[in-house]
Design a binder for this molecule. Structure first.
Ligand code: NAD
Ligand code: ZN
Length: 383
């Protein structure tokens, strides 16, 4: 089968690889029809992790079930399914509690809880930027979709349920966003746009978003979010201006350790410090942007931004709270799927490019450099 394979920093290609296949009785095999490039893929693409050469990318996957293992009895051949990016077992203590991002069973690496498709350090699983994907514990890890998932436009909505829609939603849950809140989101990439969208769907009364890419800010403005361009204004002062000098009720961090200042210099501390200043006394902060842990055993270029500093004094003085982590996609995915089916959510408004699998290297290159208009790329390995 064909797949998007990592060759080294900023080098991916589409190659023939051995077919994905059923390996255990609980596996399901899916023919992939839509699979997204994610900001998280860029951690590996840019060579900041120990992602092995030859591995297949892709953790935002949707397709049709073509084969099931002998122990699978809920999912059937022919089902259209979306695959939450976390691979859970469904029976460990964390999965039972809804914390599937921290499954105790599926990652064989000692000391690491949680697994994902095509991801550094998240288990040995291949990704779905390929014609076929093996889904472990298929009865648990497949979200069955209604028939309208065969409609190509609707499919673009459903594929966002694999990761960035629930991740944006998770940011608002971690921050504690409620109806009527004033919310600020740092980062207007796909994840930040989905956090702002989620806050809007939760009836937040004012949502602001900070970035410096005019095309991304414009997209946010189209759904009624207030754009703040931090290359032109001080974002903290601007948020205070929009909130009677008090700060937002809730804040979402959707950038991660690859934060830059508006001049393009690396500045991993920047968004957390801005958030503590932009959020009001007693407010909540949800962090979904990735901060990969520092690993002293790794070469310098790896994991170099695991440790950041922010003003703990101010954070404490303001009595704020913070919550972090990978999204537990299963906890939200039925709800978000059903909002889409009912016509109440259309997360595909962020999709800028639909490409064939062969065009993936071009998609990576443009998304990586955040070229104007390249907001979210969906690949279509099969139809
Ligand atoms: P992205 O890189 O396209 O978006 C990040 C945006 O942040 C860019 O538009 C960039 O201009 C902006 N930015 C950079 N520095 C900034 C600053 N100082 N202030 C404000 N904005 C700034 O990526 P994405 O796909 O939107 O993902 C964002 C983050 O979310 C990544 O770290 C990704 O790995 C992470 N993520 C987390 C989860 C999870 O489960 N927690 C899931 C998916 C993605
Ligand atoms: Zn993702």
């Amino acid at each position: 089968m064909k797949a998007v394979v990592y060759n080294g920093p900023r080098d991916v290609s589409v190659k023939e690889v051995p077919d994905a296949k059923i390996e255990r009785p609980t596996d399901v095999l899916v023919r992939i029809t839509s699979t997204n490039i994610c900001g998280s893929d860029l951690h590996m693409y840019e060579g900041r992790t120990d992602f092995e050469k030859g591995r297949i990318f892709g953790h935002e996957n949707l397709g049709e079930v073509v084969e099931i293992g002998s122990a699978v009895d809920r999912i059937k051949v022919g089902d259209m399914v979306c695959l939450p990016f976390n691979i859970g077992c469904g029976f460990c203590r964390n999965c039972e509690a809804g914390l599937t991002a921290f499954c105790l069973t599926t990652n064989p690496t000692p000391g690491v809880d949680g697994a994902a498709y095509g991801f550094a350090d998240m288990g040995p699983y291949q990704g779905g930027q390929a014609e076929y994907l093996r889904v472990p514990y298929g009865d648990f890890n497949c979200l069955r979709l209604p028939d309208d998932a065969r409609d190509p436009q609707k499919q673009l909505d459903y594929v966002m349920v694999a990761d960035i829609f629930p991740t944006g939603w998770h940011a608002t849950e971690l921050a504690g966003v409620k109806a009527g809140d004033w919310v600020v989101v740092y980062g207007a990439g796909p994840v930040g746009l989905m956090a702002a969208y989620s806050a809007t769907l939760k009836d937040a009364s004012k949502v602001m978003i900070v970035d410096r890419h005019p095309d991304r800010l414009k997209l946010a403005e189209q759904i009624g979010v207030i754009p703040i361009d931090d290359s032109k204004v001080n974002p903290v002062e601007e948020v205070l201006k929009f909130t009677n000098g008090k700060g937002a009720d809730k804040g979402c961090e959707c950038v991660g350790y690859q934060a830059h200042d508006p001049q393009g210099h690396e500045h991993p501390n920047m968004t957390m410090n801005n958030l503590v200043k932009s959020v009001r006394f007693t407010g909540g902060i949800g962090v979904v942007g990735v901060y990969i842990p520092q690993d002293p055993g790794s070469p310098d270029q790896m994991y170099k931004q695991g440790k950041i500093s922010f003003d703990m004094g101010l954070f404490w003085f303001k009595g704020q709270h913070i919550a972090t982590g990978q999204a537990n996609v299963k906890a939200y995915n039925r709800h978000l799927r059903d909002l889409i089916h009912a016509g109440k959510a259309h997360p595909s408004w962020i999709v800028s490019h639909n490409l064939s699998l062969d065009e993936a290297p071009e998609g990576y290159q443009h998304f990586d450099t955040r070229d104007n208009g390249w907001t979210k790329v969906v690949l279509h390995p099969t139809h």
